[in-house]
Design a protein around this ligand. Structure first.
Ligand code: ASP
Length: 343
């Protein structure tokens, strides 16, 4: 299958005026000349449409948004910023973009409401933060980061998490802010089906999800990962998927790799998907690509759980396997081409 591939060289970013002179110097200092490097990979969800079924304008909207997200992360990493900062900034942008199933544009639960989950992990410190079932936090990834940085805990849920975000002075939004006309239409159609017959079980393929995730290796050798989602369409109220679960949807450890998953969350949770990639590297001496492929195909797909993941290891290798039709994704690193791919 021919892969749709859009390649933007670093010169594109530079000629586009998106990097300042200061950024340029930073690229030279930490990237190309210094022998050090940074790497960034992102996903916008697995279970995208079959090739040819998406309107070209829509496809362009996705590739443009992923390109923009890569640029945001590149700016931070090329200027010597941390992988945690890059991951948070990239995911904030994707949460604000209504195309993706995270923040604004999240899929709706059985009651027609958006309940949002997010997590972030710092591979240097081993610290992690997560929120689940939040309803008024504009950027759940920033709330997850605040849990990591400002509390003794790893995860806050529901009203407690909403209240914590408010108390931290994070941006608060009315629950209606998250609901886009497109998601509402899809919810209504799905609700109609449940009235008239048997609803089909959810699957990563069918739901055309757009969970977002980001993994990064910064120029100091520190890894970080984050994931943010509205979960699965028509999920039960209170359902929490893999995305905010450390070890299932997100993992980062400087000794192995950083991972962000997307797909049918229950399978990822039951198989500790993200952590298992690291385990395969650490205890089975598998290279990243093989470890990631093993988790997606030999463990998850073999059990009926479709999806994908993005991962970067401590040496800067990137793997982005998926078992669905498509997975919106992109990667960029110091001094090399940025790529945006869908199929
Ligand atoms: N894994 C997410 C969940 O189950 C959904 C997705 O990645 O599309 O909540």
């Amino acid at each position: 299958m021919k892969t749709m591939k859009i390649v933007f060289f670093l010169s594109f970013f530079l000629s586009g005026g998106l990097l300042s002179a200061q950024d340029l110097n930073a690229v030279a200092a930490v990237g190309l000349d210094g022998g050090k490097r940074w790497v960034l990979a992102i996903h916008g969800g697995a279970g995208g449409p079959e090739r040819g079924s998406m309107k070209p304008e829509k496809e362009k909207q996705y590739t443009d948004s992923i390109t923009r997200a890569l640029q945001i992360g590149s700016r931070i990493l090329s200027a010597g910023g941390s992988s945690v900062d890059a991951v948070e900034a990239v995911i904030r942008f994707m949460e604000d973009c209504p195309l993706f199933n995270a923040g604004k544009g999240a899929v709706l639960d059985e009651d027609g409401k958006a309940e949002l989950d997010a997590s972030i992990m710092d591979g240097k410190t081993g610290k992690a933060g997560a929120v689940a079932g939040v309803t008024i936090v504009k950027n759940p990834i920033t709330a997850a980061r605040a849990v990591m940085d400002k509390t003794q805990h790893v995860m806050l849920i529901g009203p407690g998490a909403d209240a914590f975000a408010k108390a931290q002075g994070l941006q608060i939004a009315d629950p209606s802010y998250f609901i886009t006309p497109e998601r509402l239409e899809a919810w209504k159609a799905e609700k109609q089906k449940t009235r008239t017959g048997q609803p089909a079980p959810p699957s990563a393929e069918k739901e055309k999800k757009g969970t977002v995730g980001c993994v990064a290796l910064d120029s100091y050798g520190n890894l970080a990962a984050g994931t943010s989602t509205g979960g699965m369409m028509m999920k039960m109220r209170g359902r929490v998927g893999d995305s905010p679960i450390i070890g299932a949807g997100t993992w980062a450890d400087n000794n192995s790799c950083a991972v962000s998953c997307t797909g049918y969350g229950e399978y990822f949770m039951r198989n500790c998907a993200a952590y298992t990639v690291a385990v395969q590297m650490l205890y089975a001496s598998r290279p990243l690509e093989e470890a990631a492929h093993f988790v997606i195909f030999d463990i998850l797909k073999a059990k009926g759980g479709d999806g994908g993941l993005i991962a970067v290891d401590k040496d800067g290798n990137v793997a982005m396997p998926f078992s669905t039709n498509a997975m919106f994704r992109g990667k960029v690193s110091a001094g090399s081409a940025a790529e945006v791919l869908i199929y």
